[in-house]
Design a protein around this ligand. Structure first.
Ligand SMILES: Nc1nc2c(ncn2[C@@H]2O[C@H](COP(=O)(O)OP(=O)(O)OP(=O)(O)O)[C@@H](O)[C@H]2O)c(=O)[nH]1
Ligand SMILES: [Mg+2]
Length: 279
């Protein structure tokens, strides 16, 4: 479609005048900058638009810093890992949060139901994983009042889950969150039980059970980073353990055979059971 630059600029100017709130004003100013006539006599105009953009960005940043009323802008990580749910409004984030964790966050058809990050705890075979719903991602998320705060949360998460109804919205999320390099998973109406397994695999952490000789394995298991060794387990289980360690027997995927005798450098796998023998 052919566009009329003069007309587009005029329209964005009107949009700017009518804009409600700093985010909308900023979006309109960006459009103005794009559509403004670019010739010698418009240099002053361009400079003025740029100055207004810069001022608005500062205002928005200040608002974002002081709007942490009622909750901490960075969420304290708890459990073995933290997973954030992200998507446009009505993409089903709250529904998934409730399904994964048994919380009772409001699920509703109207837009922007969730106004602050909501937290739940998912139990995965005895391992606790923190799940956080980030309020809806909006256009120009980065420049929105809470954008920088939510981006900060996403950056320190271990995994983020993209939710969308329409595949076009995946592109939208990729674009809005292009600077966040946190590992991604996609949720699209899967079976929740199966999705929990997917999340676990994506996190790439392992769960290890300990056991006393001649007894059943202890519950619950303990989570460790991928490629952790028996030494890592030993350190976590008991502070004196390393001193009095003699050997361990391992049952599970990392063992060549059931009950293989191993030393502290042995690399463990998900669902291994270790039986510790002391001097
Ligand atoms: N068909 C279908 N509907 C769903 C699904 N998940 C949620 N919904 C419906 O979609 C609407 C929005 O769901 P929410 O979970 O509140 O969505 P949200 O992403 O948390 O939305 P906001 O908090 O408003 O940004 C509700 O009416 C849900 O019942 C789903 O997996 N399938
Ligand atoms: Mg919600």
């Amino acid at each position: 479609m052919a566009t009329n630059p003069g007309f587009d600029f005029q329209r964005s100017e009107e949009e700017y005048r009518d804009a409600d709130g700093p985010n909308e004003k900023l979006n309109a100013l960006k459009k103005m900058l794009k559509t403004a006539p670019k010739h010698k006599s418009s240099e002053k105009l361009l400079a003025s638009i740029k100055e207004r953009i810069s001022k608005l960005k500062t205002t928005i940043e200040k608002q974002s810093k002081s709007s942490g009323r009622g909750y901490s802008p960075t969420i304290k990580k708890e459990g073995a890992a933290q997973i954030c749910l992200v998507g446009k409004t009505n993409s089903g984030k709250s529904k998934l949060l409730n399904d994964l964790t048994g919380t009772n966050v409001e699920v509703a058809d109207y837009k922007f139901t969730t106004k602050k990050p909501e937290i739940g705890v998912m139990d995965y075979h005895g391992i606790k994983i923190q799940i956080v719903e980030i309020p809806a991602i909006v256009e120009n998320f980065e420049d929105s009042v809470m954008g920088p705060t939510y981006k900060g949360i996403l950056k320190q998460a271990d995994l983020m889950v993209f939710l969308f109804r329409d595949v076009k919205d995946k592109g939208f999320l990729d674009k809005e969150l292009s600077e966040v390099v946190t590992e991604r998973a996609i949720y699209n109406d899967q079976d929740v039980k199966k999705f929990k397994d997917d999340l676990w695999r994506k996190l790439g952490i392992i769960k290890v059970y300990t056991k006393q000789p001649g007894r059943e394995k202890d519950l619950p298991p303990v989570a460790f980073a991928k490629d952790s060794t028996l030494r890592d387990v030993a350190k976590k289980v008991h502070k004196d353990f390393l001193k009095s360690f003699k050997y361990a027997r391992v049952y599970g995927k990392s063992a060549k055979f059931k009950g293989q005798t191993v030393g502290l450098d042995h690399v463990l796998a998900d669902d291994d059971v270790v039986e510790i023998h002391m001097k």
